[in-house]
Design a protein around this ligand. Structure first.
Ligand code: NAD
Length: 515
């Protein structure tokens, strides 16, 4: 696919110009006064477009508008709100290919992954539509005669969603479509590394909102974390901040929001491992590890960063894995057959190189890759050769998340040793075991097993479905998004007690007789 031709066509089809407004509040605000962000494609290092970020003044206008829009939105029933999300889902279906290409152009994802990003938005839209008729609470048996007790879930108000570059729109939709059917309105701060996908998505979604005369429930403000991000995290009017990003960023966000007793959902870094048992189906394990470690060029929160291999199959498995790696095509992610595209920017490449150096220092042996790559015709792109590094033991480098394709390999004797190595890192997002042994699998899923939010058996750490609650433990932050009952995070629980009798009996049998 010719990037030179694709750029202008895509931009005009998605309403992106050379310099874009990065603030949407009931409409795009002309020429906002925040920091200007210039965007270069990681594929070829060429300029794509500029975005004018928002300033404090525009932020204030936006929040005031959202307060008014919220008042209108909560007057609609939840199924009526679901109807808007259904219409949005239909429009996303029509634009899946174009939006997918913008994701690829901006983040360097392969074509299928770019489209997969939009498919995930469509899936969560469908989920949210169904959910809009299933927002239930419990009825509780009251100890008092002629009393009824139940709990209801009410919207919070304005929800702030801060997203990372690597899922530039799907993570927003996991939060926003669910938050919207619950009755909230949403302010979105996309990553400064990937605001164009966000702008394209907003162009499409807000067209649907206007066409069908719904309140403007979604707004967007581009800008840096320390600027716009800070405005949001310190603002009492934003009742919940859902933050997806690094552990360092999440720590700052969590402190700022806790100071004002706001709510947070934290979706932070992972350091995910797969255990490869001697009883694994080796072909399944090889495919699972290759996908987990290499998809999105190792830039998924759920990327497989470590494998822990049983000693009796260690040599054979690594040999086969190196062979698989050597066949993987790296290059322009828009080309057919390419499985690994570029990293997001130069600093990601530098972090990759630094981690490899550190791993060597800590006794690691690089079996494959670990270098910068220059791809013919794309010399200004940010390409690396994915690394496989054997490690003698758990050491600092393998305890940190380097957002790049580095796979650390450990050896184990017993399954208990494997689980110990597995849980020895500060993050707790995703995990997997490859085994056909029921006892090993059950041990891995027991309270003594994986300490992560996601546990997979005979499949990769990466590639979660929207139907389950997504998120992780420990430094990953404890948040849950997307499916199952994660919708409850976007609501406040109210316990209701109704006395429909002619007396007022008190709980715990307390008497308070007024003569
Ligand atoms: P990042 O932390 O650099 O930035 C994420 C977002 O936070 C950006 O929009 C950024 O502008 C904003 N931000 C940064 N500091 C902030 C602050 N102090 N206040 C408010 N906002 C702030 O992360 P990134 O490089 O864009 O993304 C990669 C990271 O995200 C990795 O660590 C990855 O594991 C993580 N991630 C986690 C999940 C998950 O669900 N657990 C999903 C995707 C990505």
């Amino acid at each position: 696919m010719d990037l030179k031709e694709m750029r202008p066509r895509l931009k005009s089809e998605l309403g992106i110009s050379e310099v874009n407004s990065g603030v949407y509040s009931n409409d795009w605000i002309d020429n906002p006064k925040g920091r200007k962000i210039n965007l270069y494609s990681p594929i070829d290092g060429e300029f794509i477009a500029g975005v004018n970020g928002g300033s404090k003044e525009e932020y204030e206008v936006m929040v005031k508008n959202m307060e008014e829009n919220y008042e209108k939105w909560i007057k609609l029933t939840s199924p009526q709100r679901g109807e808007l999300i259904r219409l949005i889902g239909l429009e996303l279906r029509k634009n899946k290919e174009k939006l997918g290409r913008i994701v690829s152009l901006e983040t360097g994802k392969t074509v299928v992954e770019g489209e997969g990003e939009i498919q995930e938005m469509i899936d969560i839209a469908d989920f949210a539509v169904g959910l809009s008729r299933q927002l239930y609470g419990y009825e509780i048996a009251s100890e008092r005669y002629n009393h009824r007790m139940y709990e209801q879930w009410l919207p919070l108000g304005i929800v702030g969603v801060i997203t990372s570059f690597n899922f530039p729109s799907s993570v927003w939709s996991w939060n926003s479509f669910i938050a919207a059917v619950v009755g909230n309105v949403v302010v979105w701060k996309p990553s400064s590394k990937a605001p164009l996908t966000a702008i394209s998505v907003m162009n499409i979604i807000t067209r649907v909102i206007k066409e069908h005369h719904y309140p403007e429930i979604f707004s967007l403000i581009a800008g840096g974390g320390g600027e716009v991000g800070n405005l949001m995290t310190s603002d009492n009017r934003i009742k919940l901040i859902s933050f997806t990003g690094s552990v360092d960023g999440g720590r700052k966000v969590s402190e700022a929001v806790a100071k004002r007793f706001g709510k947070v959902i934290l979706e932070l870094g992972g350091n995910n491992a797969s255990i490869i048992s001697d009883r694994a189906d080796i072909n399944v394990a090889l495919k699972g590890v290759a996908f987990g470690a290499l998809a999105t060029a190792g830039q998924r929160c759920t990327t497989t960063r470590r494998i822990i291999v049983q000693e009796s199959i260690y040599d054979e498995f690594i040999k086969k894995l190196v062979n698989v790696y050597s066949k993987v095509k790296i290059g322009n992610p828009l080309e057919e057959g390419v499985l690994v595209g570029p990293l997001i920017d130069e600093s990601a490449v530098n972090n990759f190189m630094k981690a490899i150096e550190q791993a060597r220092h800590e006794g690691g042996r690089v079996l494959f890759g670990g270098e910068k790559l220059s791809i013919k015709g794309y010399e200004k792109g940010f390409y690396v050769k994915p690394a496989i590094i054997t490690m003698p033991e758990v050491s600092p480098v393998s305890c940190q998340e380097t957002f790049a394709p580095i796979l650390y390999v450990f050896k184990y004797k017993t399954i208990h040793d494997a689980i110990k190595i597995h849980n020895a890192v500060p993050q707790g997002l995703s995990s997997s075991i490859f085994t056909t042994d029921l006892r090993e699998e059950e041990l891995f899923l027991s309270p003594w097993g994986s300490d992560c939010g996601l546990a997979n058996v005979n499949t990769a750490t990466a590639g979660a479905e929207i139907g389950g609650a997504f998120g992780g433990e420990k430094e990953t932050g404890g948040g849950r998004e997307s499916g199952s009952d994660a919708w409850k995070s976007y609501a406040r629980r109210q316990t209701v007690t109704i006395n429909w009798g002619r007396d007022i009996p008190l709980s715990q049998g307390i008497k308070f007789d007024i003569k």
